[in-house]
Design a protein around this ligand. Structure first.
Ligand code: ZN
Ligand code: ZN
Length: 263
């Protein structure tokens, strides 16, 4: 399984990255590559095309319906519907919280008789209910954010030893909660948001993690490594990493757009 950071900017696109989008890929026993997107936030459809043809994505997993996690589904709909090469495919499965389909219709502004579902097959997350995409198993876990939100555990074959299952856990947007701890437990890689800053944002709870709170979850859950993401342009990624390192002994890095991690 490999994780490519398509976009990692928090809350809005930054000068060096689109908003949240992570491409997770794994090869099955026949050598076919399966591709899943965790979120497709504002600006992410552009850099996604550096990594694959968006029509080759097998499924999209939406953590929640804030624009920095789903806005570019509007552009993807246009891409799938109007591409001139005549290629057709089955509607692309999009897994998301309750309300995903009407939100997409509203965001795109569908006209009478036009249906997004002709291109995007929207399915509602059932908490704890896994979704299979080729060799990848996606399990949504409810987390703590002002709107219905999920983290996703992705289990799949290791790059080095396909018989071994590895786990990537993505927090989506959340404050510390049982869900984050469940995601972190036993994960080979915890891909955790760290949008808030210790000391500056202490009074605002129930929205985001800090680097420290992400590190605490990784430590409690015994995660193998920690990749911090969703750091807004007005924050320092170095500060988030330092916060996490104070409480977590494993490897900590900040996500960078365009990089790939092999698991
Ligand atoms: Zn966000
Ligand atoms: Zn959010």
């Amino acid at each position: 399984m490999r994780l490519t950071v398509v976009g990692c900017a928090g809350s809005f696109p930054g000068p060096d990255s689109a908003a949240s989008c992570y491409l997770v890929q794994a090869d099955d026993a026949d050598g076919r590559t399966w591709s899943v997107l965790l979120d497709l936030g504002s600006g992410a459809l552009g850099p996604l095309q550096r990594h694959l043809d968006p029509a080759d994505v097998d499924a999209i997993a939406l953590s929640h319906l804030h624009p920095d996690h789903m806005a570019d589904l509007c552009g993807l709909y246009v891409y799938l519907k109007y591409r001139p090469d005549g290629r057709t495919r089955a509607p692309l499965p999009v897994h998301g919280p309750v309300g995903t389909e009407p939100r997409l219709e509203e965001a795109y502004g569908t006209e009478a008789g036009e249906r997004l579902v002709d291109q995007l097959a929207v399915r509602v997350w059932q908490a704890g209910g896994p979704v299979q995409v080729g060799p990848l198993t996606l399990t949504p876990v409810a987390v703590h954010h002002p709107v219905p939100a999920f983290g996703v555990r992705v289990a799949g074959p290791s790059e080095d030893d396909p018989d071994r299952t590895v786990v990537l856990a993505y927090t989506g947007d959340t404050d510390a909660c049982e869900g984050v701890d469940a995601l972190a437990t036993g994960a080979d890689l915890l891909l955790s948001e760290a949008a808030f800053v210790e000391g500056r944002d202490d009074a605002i709870r129930g929205i985001h993690l800090t680097g420290r709170r992400a590190g605490e979850a990784a430590a409690r859950g015994g995660s193998g490594r920690l990749l911090l993401t969703h750091v807004p342009a007005w924050n320092s990624t170095d500060a988030a990493v330092l916060e996490a390192r104070e409480v977590y002994d494993g490897p900590v890095e900040a996500a960078r757009a365009g990089t790939t991690v092999r698991l």
